[in-house]
Design a binder for this molecule. Structure first.
Ligand SMILES: NC(=O)c1ccc[n+]([C@@H]2O[C@H](COP(=O)([O-])OP(=O)(O)OC[C@H]3O[C@@H](n4cnc5c(N)ncnc54)[C@H](O)[C@@H]3O)[C@@H](O)[C@H]2O)c1
Length: 437
């Protein structure tokens, strides 16, 4: 990817727009405000707490990432959202039950001012929800025009210099790529004809890309992963990233499985099950939304373990993923993994994981990093799929003829090398021969 504009410190406000203002979005928004007010720390965020080694190990140059690349400051971020329920960010955060009331009350005046704009929604795509705060329009195209108006009004009202959009709304039903998705021309025709293969998330993405706004997809929906929107992103010089934030059980999978493969330990089966009781869990209780999520979760092991290259170790391992909606747990989900592995001479062993995790707590720093890195990408002229941001996704987007990189450690190396590349620093290969010559 070519660096068209020299990276420089941005000035002015950066608007973050989230379709969806539920658990993840409010945990992110409330969190950023709590960090700005010095009430909390940005744990889990690479842009805020990460460092990067530069040059040789003997040089001892290890700046913080935020001092190395020119990112927007947290104080310059403003927030806007759409949702199908007309509740402000404070009330939505209380309903989500992720952050305790004591913390939320400290940022209450700020959160109460953030009220959602009317959503583009159709229950056909999220069966378990029935929205009341929804736009009306003749067809998808008209609705996209309404979203563009929202965006431009938001930009002006808040005095924003730049914008980024991140899909934080519910998981939509599974949609296969089809003819209408193949070119921008067919897609725009489909918007005007209200084609059912176009989902609301695609309408938001279309509106954002049309206005040159970077877009990331935090859910496993097809959304921007179609040639029509890739074409639009290229045409309008817009960076995009997706899909499905890598948190919870899948994060663990991409930490453990590269380790097993590195030591050539075989795998017979990996059974993953979860209980969760938030709205996301309720939406995923619908088989059609679950199918979208399942696809995203299942693909990970296949790509990391490369059974075609290692048939004796990874051919035919049994992989099962279950999500069970269990209301008493709220956002504090519990995920169990039973991993059947085998070692030297084929002797079997087992690993058991019981992860008492908080999904939105893991997702919020990802959103912050994506916002800042996509804004950086846009400013320096990167466009299309930002594969270097795969680090943050369960189903990383990838270019034609490639396969996705799922291994968290390769993803991190790629991300850091991209930052070095952006700033004209030597890439780190970890060869290290020179220390011994
Ligand atoms: N929490 C995680 O760790 C995690 C990880 C990966 C992906 N995700 C995905 O992120 C998304 C958000 O998760 P969450 O826990 O915040 O869920 P949530 O149910 O709390 O929030 C989603 C919000 O989106 C709204 N919504 C639905 N359709 C909409 C539309 N068309 N336009 C505008 N708003 C709409 C809902 O009313 C709801 O308020 C889900 O798709 C989830 O699968 C979450």
């Amino acid at each position: 990817m070519e660096i068209k504009h020299k990276p420089s410190k941005p000035t002015g406000k950066l608007g973050v727009l989230t379709p969806g203002m539920g658990a993840v979005a409010t945990t992110f928004i409330a969190g950023v405000e709590a960090i700005r007010q010095d009430i909390s720390k940005p744990i889990g965020s690479l842009t805020q707490m990460g460092t990067i080694r530069l040059g040789k190990r003997t040089e001892n140059r290890v700046p913080a990432i935020k001092d190395f690349v020119p990112l927007a400051e947290l104080d310059d971020i403003v927030f806007g959202s759409w949702d199908i329920f007309e509740v402000n960010a404070y009330q939505s955060a209380i309903n989500a039950g992720v952050l305790e009331k004591e913390l939320l009350d400290k940022v209450k005046p700020f959160l109460e001012k953030i009220t959602p704009m009317k959503a583009v929604f159709d229950q056909k795509y999220v069966k378990r929800l029935n929205g009341t705060w929804v736009k009306e329009g003749k067809n998808w195209y008209e609705l996209a025009e309404q979203l563009k108006d929202d965006i431009l009004t938001f930009k002006e009202k808040n005095g924003c210099d730049r914008l980024v959009m991140i899909w934080c709304a519910s998981t939509e039903i599974f949609i296969e790529p089809s003819a209408v998705h193949q070119s921008l021309k067919s897609f725009e025709k489909g918007l005007k004809e209200n084609n059912p293969e176009i989902a609301p998330s695609m309408v938001y993405a279309y509106a954002a890309l049309s206005l040159g706004i970077p877009f990331a997809n935090g859910a496993p929906n097809l959304t921007i992963d179609i040639p029509a929107l890739a074409e639009l992103a290229k045409q309008n010089d817009v960076p995009v990233a997706g899909k499905d934030f890598k948190t919870g059980q899948t994060l663990m999978k991409t930490i453990i499985s590269p380790g097993l493969k590195a030591r050539l330990i075989g795998l017979n089966g990996w059974f993953s099950t979860n209980i969760l009781g938030n709205r996301d869990g309720e939406v995923l209780d619908d088989p059609e939304s679950f199918k979208t999520k399942e696809k995203s979760k299942l693909s990970v092991l296949e790509h990391i373990l490369q059974p075609k290259l290692y048939p004796e170790l990874y051919d035919n391992f049994y992989h099962k993923v279950r999500i069970n909606y269990y209301p008493p747990r709220g956002d504090n989900k519990e995920g169990w993994d039973n991993i059947d592995i085998f070692g030297w001479l084929g002797y079997p062993m087992q690993i058991k994981i019981d992860f008492l995790c908080r999904d939105s707590i893991l997702a919020a720093p990802i959103i912050l990093d994506l916002v800042l890195f996509l804004d950086l990408s846009k400013r320096i002229g990167f466009k299309g799929i930002q594969e270097w941001l795969s680090f943050y996704f369960k189903s990383p987007m990838f270019g034609p003829g490639l396969y996705p990189e799922h291994d968290l450690f390769i993803q991190l190396m790629k991300l850091k090398n991209t930052l070095r590349y952006i700033q004209g620093e030597e890439l780190v290969t970890h060869l290290g021969q020179e220390y011994y010559d």
